[in-house]
Design a protein around this ligand. Structure first.
Ligand code: CO
Length: 234
């Protein structure tokens, strides 16, 4: 794996470039981080939080896992959330899914991948909850798109139901949860319109989102019009 030397070399050049453009950059970041945003996204290599949102180091606190799932008892995700909300005081939590998610596709099709099947069982729960709505769609590509969206909508609700968020809202902290989805095909993010700044808002946003088509006019998901499914990528 001598190839990895490229990464270290790239890093050396990047750090030098940043230092030239902004001499105090690393010193500032070393002393404090004040991100406004917690990003909860998929581990998929094609959906890097900072890059697709044009954010610099220090601007986004990131938690990623396969299929961007928020599980009520996942201490890893809960700890990232608690640190971000209580210690860093982030103003926004963005749950970001993506169309063509390999984890969601495996859940939709009931594929066996291995150990991760147990993790993806949470996405199968989303699939089963919305089985009737999914069955009403005209193609497998449309079902995958919709399950990718519904998975985000469900995880946003899960974020809102954590003790972290309930406590933050109870003490009047200004923090809003959002659900976004990313299209690999055009590199664009779409708002699923489930933003909530309280538990009540989260519940009503959830109810509205699972009833109607989540994407708004002009935000037609790419794969709904043209099927193209990515295989075997988490
Ligand atoms: Co994914």
């Amino acid at each position: 794996m001598g190839d990895l030397r490229d990464l270290l070399e790239n890093n050396r050049r990047w750090a030098e470039q940043v230092r030239v453009q902004d001499p105090g950059f690393f010193e500032r970041l070393a002393s404090i981080q004040t991100p406004r945003i917690l990003w909860i996204g998929c581990s998929d290599s094609r959906v890097p939080a900072n890059q697709i949102t044009g954010q610099q180091p220090g601007e986004v606190f990131v938690h990623r896992n396969v299929a961007n799932v928020v599980v009520h008892t996942d201490l890893n995700c809960l700890s990232a959330m608690q640190f971000a909300v209580d210690v860093l005081g982030v103003r926004h939590i963005i749950v970001c899914g993506h169309y063509g998610c390999g984890g969601v596709k495996a859940a939709l099709e009931g594929q066996r991948l291995g150990l991760s099947d147990n993790w993806l069982r949470h996405v199968e729960d989303v699939r089963d909850t919305h089985a009737a709505a999914l069955a009403g769609l005209s193609s497998d590509a449309a079902r995958l798109d919709r399950l990718c969206e519904l998975n985000v909508v469900e995880q946003v609700l899960h974020v809102a139901q954590t003790t972290v968020m309930r406590d933050a809202w109870a003490r009047g902290q200004d923090v809003t949860v959002h659900g976004w989805i990313y299209a690999l095909r055009d590199g664009r993010l779409r708002d699923l319109h489930v933003s909530a700044a309280s538990a009540d808002e989260a519940m009503s946003a959830y109810s509205a989102a699972v009833r109607g088509p989540a994407a708004q006019a002009g935000d037609e998901p790419a794969t709904r019009a043209r099927s193209g499914v990515n295989r075997a990528r988490p």
